[in-house]
Design a protein around this ligand. Structure first.
Ligand code: DON
Length: 568
């Protein structure tokens, strides 16, 4: 608190009772406010492009397509043409839906493709290089979504990204650091140097430097002029297949031609009167989120103070149980009979918490999946609400930072390394430490299991919140915490997004904590109960929107990144 303040006694008493005005201002800090629309993304240029589209009369879907293409230019660490993602939407009339544009295993993929002769996983094969790439879904999805729901002509939606790629992107300090730290990886995994992500003269990138993407601009122009065929056929497809042949990859022309994103029915659940709408398989996100919410619903979380040992314990134990189920039962439901109804059955979830006790830590040795019978981490999420109240929640990714690190020579975009999200071998952890089983084994054409959790929350039939984040296995627990920060602890969207976070994923049996999460006393109490507390770097970058009681929109942009919220 500020020193040397001479307050009269009555004011000191008031401060003790209701808090210092400066403090409460900080505690209630609001993000950007918009009356007519809001865009929150990982990059200021993408946010601006999205808001400009809304101002031009575009709807949330026009803005979403514009943002997806813009992020492919200004945020290449995760924004993409060569990756995939999930869209969850809610029209202003309450209709909901989802678009699954997860990458697919190429036709030549097979169950043991990342194992050596002795059956051991060859770790880096699924994580870097040509063989780690799944068939991309982002372009198909944006064209499909725009065709169905967009209002402005497609060319108007994609043109700002073409212009940005030609004019160049001003690097932020964080991006310059990123490019520099990946330099060797870029050279290791490309047959042609992936300009402009590396420089010929070997000098480091600096903040403020302008990077132009001429090949990417040409690819975007082909998409502008030919729609999905501008990517999955013609010159772009030729360049992708040529790149595969040069680097030993297996994506073929047929794979590209056959790729289709799929409309799906989102997972819907209820938490204390709020309707929560989130992504269904092949993402584990929605199911795991609903399971966790339902498991903690019987408790008065609000009464337990925020991040108190009890509150953390309750949430961690719900996380442990939900992630154990994820490892066993979740995968692409087009290929594996995911027992969705059993996993979401309230009676099952009640039973799942029966052995929970505040008296001591649970254990992942004894807690297995129930019966009724897992990244550098880079993905990106954006949230958009337009003037009419249409809401779009999109999480899109190349998987780890810059995906496979492979840039399609002559086409200027990076390919994902999403194949690592499959379970290369039962029980062997992926980049995020997540283990899987048969449900998530590799098969041709199958989609790999995801943690991405684009989510929309509704109250009394009205839009309340749009939320999501990157962070690999930590995605779902971050969304879980941000939702609870608002619904249970009345935080502003800005504070809810920026509050410190923790994470548990069943295996390893540890509570991961950000630096500022859980004070020393809480950590000590939890350790005494038997929890292992493991500090780790920042968890996620949540970009979210909250509808305020007066109908205005508050954008919460995560200060862990260059994320920006802008309303109008
Ligand atoms: O789909 C998934 O769950 C992962 N490929 C997401 C990767 C991710 O979030 C990395 N970012 N921070």
């Amino acid at each position: 608190m500020t020193k040397n303040l001479n307050y009269p006694m009555w004011m000191l008493l008031l401060i003790m009772l209701v808090g210092h005005p400066l403090l409460s201002q900080a505690q209630n800090k609001r993000g950007a406010i918009g009356k007519n629309g809001m865009v929150v993304t990982a990059h200021p240029d993408a946010t601006k492009i999205g808001v400009d589209i809304l101002k031009k009369g575009g709807n949330a879907y026009d803005a979403a397509a514009a943002v997806q293409f813009a992020l492919a230019v200004c945020y290449p660490v995760a924004g993409n043409l060569g990756g995939g993602g999930f869209l969850v939407y809610r029209h202003n009339d309450g209709t909901i839906g989802a678009l699954d544009y997860r990458e697919k295993a190429p036709a030549k993929a097979h169950r043991d493709m990342y194992l050596d002769k002795s059956g051991k996983v060859i770790k880096n094969l699924s994580r870097n290089g040509h063989l780690s790439a799944g068939v991309p879904g982002s372009v198909d999805a944006m064209v499909k979504m725009h065709k169905r729901f967009g209002k402005l002509p497609f060319k108007d939606v994609i043109q700002p990204s073409i212009d940005l790629a030609k004019k160049g992107v001003v690097l932020t300090a964080r991006e310059a650091r990123n490019f520099n730290s990946y330099r060797n990886a870029f050279f290791d995994h490309n047959t042609t140097p992936p300009y402009p992500l590396v420089k010929n003269d070997k000098t480091p990138f600096k903040a403020g430097e302008v990077t132009k993407y001429p090949y990417l601009a040409q690819t975007l122009e082909r998409i502008r002029d030919n729609g999905r065929d501008g990517f999955y056929a013609g010159k772009t497809a030729d360049l992708i297949v040529k790149e595969m042949q040069a680097g030993g990859g297996i994506i073929s022309k047929e794979d590209l031609k056959n790729y289709q994103s799929v409309w799906r029915i989102p997972v819907v659940g209820y938490y204390k009167g709020y309707k929560v709408i989130s992504m269904c398989p092949p993402s584990a996100g929605g199911i795991v989120l609903m399971q966790m919410l339902k498991m903690i619903e019987p408790y008065d979380l609000k009464k337990m103070n925020w991040h108190s040992p009890k509150a953390v314990q309750l949430m961690v134990e719900a996380e442990r149980r939900a992630y154990a189920d994820r490892a066993k039962y979740l995968g692409d439901s087009d290929y594996y009979p995911v027992p969705l109804h059993n996993l979401l059955d309230p009676a099952y979830l009640k039973k799942r918490m029966k052995d929970f006790s505040f008296a001591k830590a649970g254990s992942s040795k004894t807690t297995k999946e129930g019966n009724w019978g897992t990244e550098s981490e880079e993905t990106t999420h954006f949230s958009i609400v337009d003037k009419k109240g249409n809401a779009v929640s999109i999480t899109t990714t190349l998987n780890s930072g810059f995906g496979s690190k492979v840039m399609v020579a002559g086409a200027g975009f990076l390919l994902n390394n999403e194949m690592d999200d499959f379970s290369a071998k039962p029980g062997v952890p992926n980049i995020y430490g997540l283990v899987g089983a048969e449900a998530n084994a590799i098969a041709p054409g199958k989609r790999m299991l995801s943690s991405m959790t684009p989510t929309i929350v509704e109250k009394d039939g009205k839009l309340k919140m749009v939320v999501g984040t990157p962070g690999g296995s930590t995605i779902t627990t971050s969304v879980f915490q941000v939702i609870l920060n608002v619904l249970e602890y009345d935080m502003t969207m800005y504070n809810a997004v920026n509050a410190p976070r923790f994470h548990h994923q069943w295996l390893p049996d540890e509570v991961f904590v950000e630096n500022k999460a859980l004070n020393q006393k809480t950590r000590q109490t939890l350790r005494k109960l038997g929890y292992s507390i493991r500090p780790r770097p920042p968890i996620g970058k949540v970009d979210a929107i909250l509808v305020l009681p007066n109908g205005s929109l508050e954008g919460g942009a995560d200060q862990r990144g260059d994320d920006t919220a802008k309303g109008y």
